[in-house]
Design a protein around this ligand. Structure first.
Ligand code: CUA
Length: 391
């Protein structure tokens, strides 16, 4: 053993004195909690309280209320500032937040109550040096058992009633709702307004303060339509239609996220929803209706088809502002492939997997196999002409 290390005896002496200092400190806290309310100030000393003295309940209660109040105040402030939650932009979001904050408040109060009591009891009943006895045998306590059964039961019942009310509130159909059909597909959201006969891709526009009925479905696999600012999320499933109701209240632009792992491009399956005033919405619908696609110009027509049919969800093509990373990059495709190859790649993509994709070798079945059926001959022609023009 080297000279610089203290001997085991020295070490244990240091340990004992440190333990004694801690003991004195804890005794002082303990003694403070036992002082009578009105009395000549006793000499503060590091001595255990006299045998049989009882805790000053009033003092501990004041202490607990102050600490409790402080922590709940911080919690309430945190909730008001809401640094973790995005802006609540819908009637439903406010209802859900109210319920959530109420639950969080109860959970925080119980957590603090348990932790403060635990801390107090750990100090009060810690083992003192030389004490090797067992604790007192304690039999049941009816009053305690009633309290800790009735209070949680009341809390759970209250939460059940409030949750049910919120659920009904969020799932109730609004009158004169604007219907929007949402179709998820790898890796894009498509929107159709049946009454207005307007289609959009990835970007959705809705009027504020009018109920909206989203009718969700999917072309391929399960996606999940999630608008964090609405606090609402619902699966879009192939072969069935699911409903979602919302009344947006705050004008602004909010993200749409796919919240169900749906393949290699899941993380890119994002869109945005723009809440505008009713007049702005009507004006936009009129503008969209009159914005007829010029089918006589195959390049412009092909570009609109490229976006409309979701090609931009997977492919990069600068001319169409597409930045997809799943399939082959189509910039300059016209100088690498002829019209036949492009046509063949669209209607029978699995047969022509030759290129390397940005994320590795291209996989079969990632690209929908049904474009030959979805697209008309004229549409297919325009799309091929457009892609072939990309030199
Ligand atoms: Cu669609 Cu994830």
């Amino acid at each position: 053993m080297s000279e610089s290390h203290p001997s085991p005896v020295q070490q244990s002496t240091a340990g004992t004195s440190r333990r004694r200092a801690l003991g004195n400190f804890l005794d002082r806290i303990d003694a403070w909690g036992r002082e009578p309310l009105i009395s000549p100030r006793p000499v503060r000393q590091a001595a255990p309280p006299p045998q049989g003295s009882r805790p000053n309940v009033f003092r501990w209660a004041v202490f607990a209320v102050v600490v409790f109040g402080l922590l709940i105040g911080i919690g309430a402030l945190f909730t008001l500032i809401n640094p973790l939650m995005p802006l609540a932009a819908a009637r439903e979001a406010t209802a859900i937040d109210t319920l959530f904050n109420f639950m969080l408040g109860i959970a925080a109060a119980i957590f603090l109550l348990v932790q403060i009591t635990l801390l107090y009891l750990a100090i009060r009943y810690r083992r003192r040096s030389g004490d090797n006895e067992d604790g007192d045998p304690i039999e049941g306590n009816n009053a305690l058992e009633i309290v800790w059964t009735v209070i949680p039961a009341a809390i759970v019942l209250t939460l059940a009633i409030l949750s049910y009310r919120t659920f009904v509130n969020v799932r109730t159909a609004g009158r004169e709702a604007l219907v929007i059909e949402v179709t998820g597909r790898q890796f894009q959201w498509q929107f159709y307004y049946p009454e207005e006969d307007v289609r959009t891709v990835d970007v959705l526009r809705v009027p504020a303060n009018r109920p909206i009925n989203f009718r969700l479905t999917s072309q391929d696999m399960v996606h999940s339509f999630w608008v964090p600012n609405f606090r609402l999320k619902r699966d879009a499933m192939p072969g069935m239609i699911t409903d979602m109701w919302v009344t947006a209240t705050a004008v602004g632009k909010y993200p749409i996220v796919c919240a169900e792992l749906c393949g290699a491009g899941h993380d890119t399956m994002r869109g945005s929803i723009e809440v505008v005033s009713r007049t702005d919405f009507s004006a936009w619908v009129e503008a969209e209706k009159t914005k007829a696609v010029d089918t006589s110009d195959p390049i412009a027509y092909g570009r609109s088809l490229f976006v409309k049919h979701g090609c931009s969800g997977c492919h990069t093509l600068t001319d169409a502002k597409a930045v997809g990373q799943i399939g082959p990059n189509l910039d300059g495709i016209g100088s690498r492939a002829d019209r036949d190859f492009i046509h063949h790649s669209i209607v029978n993509p699995n047969a022509v997997i030759t290129e390397k994709c940005p994320t590795g070798p291209c996989q079969a079945n990632l690209m929908p196999q049904n474009f030959g059926q979805i697209l008309t001959e004229a549409e297919l022609n325009a799309l091929v002409t457009y892609l072939y023009s990309q030199k």
